[in-house]
Every structure is written in structure tokens, then in C-alpha cells.
Design a protein around this ligand. Structure first.
Ligand SMILES: C[S@@+](CC[C@H](N)C(=O)[O-])C[C@H]1O[C@@H](n2cnc3c(N)ncnc32)[C@H](O)[C@@H]1O
Length: 278
């Protein structure tokens, strides 16, 4: 055993080291790639989604998200975990999303099972902050809008009413958010988000960028919403794994900034994230 170790150490010190290590390196990367290919093939045959993928977070990633929200919102991590469970245990919301997805014109391109991913973080942030006005850019099916509305309904039941305005350039967006009780606190605003923000009456307590994910559009949204923000507003971006736009905006406006990166469970997609400035 010691002789083998000694030989390995001796080889590691020679110019042959890269060649000797090559089979081990091939085996490591092959194991990793086999996992990715396995998840990809499984997904191709079990999912119908072609964009805005849904998935659960790994258990560890969910734990890290709870700590992330606790830091951003300055609340105990146990409260955040409680809010995650509150959303995940909301059977009325889950049943509605399943039924509305199954009945929608886009059901051929949507999965029936409900998976919130990073949106559990959005939910907890709204439960912690109890905002009066939330703006989400990019509605798509309305999954995020429903999650935000569900948090606002719970806040209202505790005496802190609020509403969410969700903007999308696609006039057909948001079918999940058109049902009661979520629609009672969710307004869908069709049109380009930058134009809609310019016409919006504030003050906005929480702003979430999740529309056109080019850096230029994200920047234009933060510039448009800045004059409409309430003091101490929370700015969120869904684009944090792709651009540095919100971090730069935070620095320019004297805010703090923190990023969270998703780790999807049983999915090939590397995940998105949450960027927060406050
Ligand atoms: C990633 S999806 C939004 C996902 C949604 N927030 C959720 O939680 O599932 C992006 C959406 O942004 C919309 N979009 C793209 N460009 C836009 C623009 N200039 N203004 C408003 N919405 C836009 C698209 O139509 C699409 O529905």
C-alpha cells in the first residue's frame, strides 16, 4: 500500500503526471456527464416544457435559500422555513394550478405537477416584508404571479393588504392568475414592461425583473422603476446568473446586494437565481 502511494507520489513529480492522471480525470468527467445525460433523457420523455422550466430545488439548495431570504429580509430562518412550508402546503393553490394547466390551451407544452423552484423565495420575501405594491415584469403562465398573490392574500388575512401588478408583452400571458381568489390581488398588465413602468403610479415596495432577460432590457427596467420606488424598496432580478445589472444598480444607488443560485433537483437545467438589492 505504502509502495503504491510512494510510486504515485514519485510519478506526480515527473513530466508523466498529466498522462498518469488522465484515466482518472476521464472517469470523473464521464460520471458527471452520464448524470447530466441521464437527467436530460429522463426529462425529454417525462416533461412537456420548452421554456421557463419548473423543478424543485435540491434539499441543500432549499436550505441555503432559506438562509438567503433570512439575510435579505432580516428575519429568523425558522420563519422563512415556515413560509416555504406554508406555500408548499397550500393545497388550494396547488389544485388550482394543476386544474388550470390541464384545461389551458397550452397544456401540450406544460407539466401538470406543480414545482415552484426559486419562487418559494419570492413567496417568503413577500411574507417577511408585507408589501403594499409588488411589480413583476414577465408573467408567462402566471405561476410566479400566483405565488406572489398567495403571499399577499396571507398578508391581507393578517391585516397587511397588498397587490401585485404583473406585466407581459404577450397579451395571452397569465392564465393561471385569472382565477379567484388570486385575481383579487393580481392585476395583469399587457405591453412592454419599460413602457408600463414609465406609466405606473407608485410607490412600488417590491420589484421583480423576470421579463426580457437581455442586460439592456433589465437595465432599462431598473432605470424606469427607480423613481417609482417606495423608500426602502426591495429590488429583485431573475437574471442574476447571467448579468451583473442589479449588482451595479445597487452599488450606484447605495444599496446592499446578494445573489442566490438555484440547484434544480432531477433536472438537466443548471437553474436560475435570485438577485436582491435593498
Ligand atoms: C421567464 S418568463 C416569466 C416567468 C414568470 N415570472 C414566472 O414566474 O413563471 C418571461 C416573460 O417575459 C415576457 N416578456 C419578454 N419581453 C418582454 C417585454 N419587453 N415586456 C414585458 N414582458 C416581456 C415574455 O412574454 C415571457 O412571458
Amino acid at each position: 500500500m505504502n509502495a503504491v502511494t510512494d510510486l504515485r507520489r514519485a510519478v506526480a513529480r515527473t513530466p508523466l503526471a498529466p498522462i498518469a492522471a488522465f484515466p482518472t480525470r476521464v472517469a470523473r468527467v464521464a460520471r458527471h456527464d452520464a448524470r447530466v445525460v441521464g437527467a436530460s433523457v429522463r426529462w425529454l420523455f417525462t416533461s412537456r416544457e420548452h421554456h421557463n422550466y419548473t423543478y424543485d430545488l435540491t434539499t441543500l439548495n432549499r436550505t441555503h435559500l432559506a438562509w438567503y431570504v433570512a439575510q435579505v429580509c432580516d428575519v429568523p430562518v425558522a420563519s422563512v422555513r415556515g413560509w416555504f412550508e406554508e406555500l408548499e402546503g397550500d393545497a388550494v393553490l396547488r389544485d388550482h394550478i394543476e386544474a388550470a394547466t390541464a384545461a389551458s390551451a397550452r397544456r401540450g407544452l406544460a407539466d401538470r405537477s406543480v414545482r415552484y423552484g426559486r419562487r418559494i423565495g419570492w413567496y417568503a420575501m413577500l411574507r417577511a416584508r408585507r408589501p403594499g405594491l409588488v411589480v413583476e415584469t414577465g408573467t408567462d403562465k402566471g405561476l410566479g404571479t400566483c405565488v406572489l398573490a398567495a403571499a399577499l392574500l396571507r398578508n391581507a388575512a393578517e391585516g397587511h393588504p397588498g397587490r401585485v401588478v404583473s406585466m407581459d408583452i404577450n397579451p395571452d400571458a397569465g392564465y393561471l392568475a385569472k382565477a379567484q381568489p388570486w385575481s383579487s390581488v393580481a392585476e395583469l398588465l399587457p405591453g412592454d414592461s419599460v413602457a408600463s413602468l414609465a406609466a405606473l403610479a407608485g410607490p412600488v415596495d417590491v420589484f421583480l425583473h423576470d421579463s426580457d432577460h437581455t442586460g439592456a432590457h433589465e437595465r432599462a427596467e431598473f432605470a424606469a422603476v427607480e423613481p417609482r420606488l417606495a423608500p426602502g424598496a426591495l429590488l429583485l432580478t431573475d437574471n442574476v446568473t447571467s448579468t451583473n445589472v442589479l449588482a451595479r444598480h445597487a452599488e450606484a444607488t447605495g444599496r446592499r446586494f446578494l445573489a442566490f443560485t438555484e440547484r434544480p433537483a432531477r433536472h438537466w437545467y443548471p437553474g436560475d437565481g435570485i438577485g436582491a438589492a435593498w
